[in-house]
Design a protein around this ligand. Sequence first.
Ligand SMILES: NC(=O)c1ccc[n+]([C@@H]2O[C@H](COP(=O)([O-])OP(=O)(O)OC[C@H]3O[C@@H](n4cnc5c(N)ncnc54)[C@H](O)[C@@H]3O)[C@@H](O)[C@H]2O)c1
Ligand SMILES: O=C(O)[C@H](O)COP(=O)(O)O
Length: 527
Amino acid sequence: MTKPKVLISDKMDPNAARIFEERGCEVDVKPGMTPDELKAVIGEYDGLAIRSATKVTRDILDAATNLKVIGRAGIGVDNVDIPYASSKGVVVMNTPFGNSITTAEHAIALLMALARQIPAADTQTQRGEWPKSAFMGVEVTGKTLGLIGAGNIGSIVASRALGLKMKVVAFDPFLTPERAIELGVEKVDLETLLARADFITLHTPLTDQTRNILSRENLGKTKPGVRIVNCARGGLVDEAALKELLDSGHVAGAALDVFQTEPAKDSPLFGTPNFICTPHLGASTTEAQVNVALQVAEQMADYLVNGGVTNALNMPSLSAEEAPKLKPYMALAENLGSLVGQLAHGNLDKISIEREGHAAELSGKPITGAVLAGLMREYSDSVNMVNAPFLAKERGIDVREVRHDREGVYHTLVRVTVATEAGDRSVAGTLFGAGAPRLVEIFGVAIEADLKGNMLYIVNEDAPGFIGRIGTLLGQNGINIGTFHLGRRDAGGEAVLLLSVDQPIPDDVVKQACALEGVRMVKPLAF
Ligand SMILES: NC(=O)c1ccc[n+]([C@@H]2O[C@H](COP(=O)([O-])OP(=O)(O)OC[C@H]3O[C@@H](n4cnc5c(N)ncnc54)[C@H](O)[C@@H]3O)[C@@H](O)[C@H]2O)c1
Ligand SMILES: O=C(O)[C@H](O)COP(=O)(O)O
């Protein structure tokens, strides 16, 4: 039997290559290739092991005719086009915990370096200037640290900051009050965090919700003299606004390990007083690199040699026997989870997953895992069907699985209900024909739709003329409607419209739709 071939295309601890060979794979190590060089060779490989430097774009995936698995030795997978990899049947795995401690320690190192201006003091001292009176630092003891994102890394940063006798306030929509107590942090909204924090540190993935979370406007709401650390992802902070606020003195210091464009070789921030930076070194310790290299090689070799799936971001972990029966349910469950995740506002602390008819005869765990992965994918890069239940538990989300023996209108049904601050919200779906997932109810309104691609969800008053108005608006903006689904609570009451469209809906079109007569809510969705 020919051995699976793996390419390691980023700098990786040598343990990775050793493990691949020991587990029956052939391995080539070629860090630093250009995209064209990678494109020219990728067709030979069954596996691609990467860190953040290799960009796995559509172009690369199109050339990757034999590729079966991409393994990220680390956490962030924003350098991989996961939807396209999924469409090509390529499994994408990461190592969600291997570098968390190391990255949290880097954030704390940058925080302390900011407090005492260590890099500038070091440079001037080594120039022979002995600048003793030029540097007056601040103590961190008793100061308030604002944590944006309290997942794996954020939680570790919180524990270290508490050890430094700081007070920690945290903003994270998935942080439950119980988990906040367990971490010893005060859960706050973003406005409160901005107003109260002496130091702010970011630990979220880069998503549509977090992009530019420290925007010019939000930076303007921070406390004068605030110090900011970003060890998560470039793009979370408006770099131009940060530069202006550092120059004006409103921001007393900023430390970036990550930049909007990387490698960052020419940033306007360079040379700004009280600005320090590192070249995406968050995960760069011997310990973390050994952890992620060993783990990624073990996971990838297991998949290539035995078919075992661990920490996949786009595939459930299933045994060979269950797989064919559960497969269509996984797609349905993930879509339902994603739908409630996109539609529910506020904190989610309770979720119930009900199965009836044929669905009740199957194992509930994979379906629950898929619902939770869909739900939390909005908030975390590293969530998958395997770790989603664990993450939900860690975050104090109460997950209930309910099995009904009865068969209702549909021969099989999965219902997902989340408890939000605004009350219970429930969506349900079934399988049609040869297992095609279909939404059949949304927040109490019967509606039938495929959840696919870009969609638009509208709640409006049930009155004549509305469908024409929304059709005209989308048409005027060059947006083609693919499918059109209607439902209503009762005649003349609340109506629901779910459209599939051929492109993402721009914000200004959403605003125009919100302004149409009779509209109560408009939300673009993506599946
Ligand atoms: N600098 C580095 O070298 C380095 C190393 C490792 C990880 N990272 C990055 O650090 C980030 C955090 O990693 P992690 O392992 O802690 O991820 P995680 O998934 O465990 O935690 C992310 C947290 O962000 C929260 N979140 C999501 N959307 C939010 C929003 N809109 N507002 C506030 N909070 C929100 C989530 O609920 C979650 O708790 C990721 O972007 C990862 O890629 C950087
Ligand atoms: O998401 C991650 O794991 C970090 O950003 C680390 O990236 P790196 O492996 O390129 O250092």
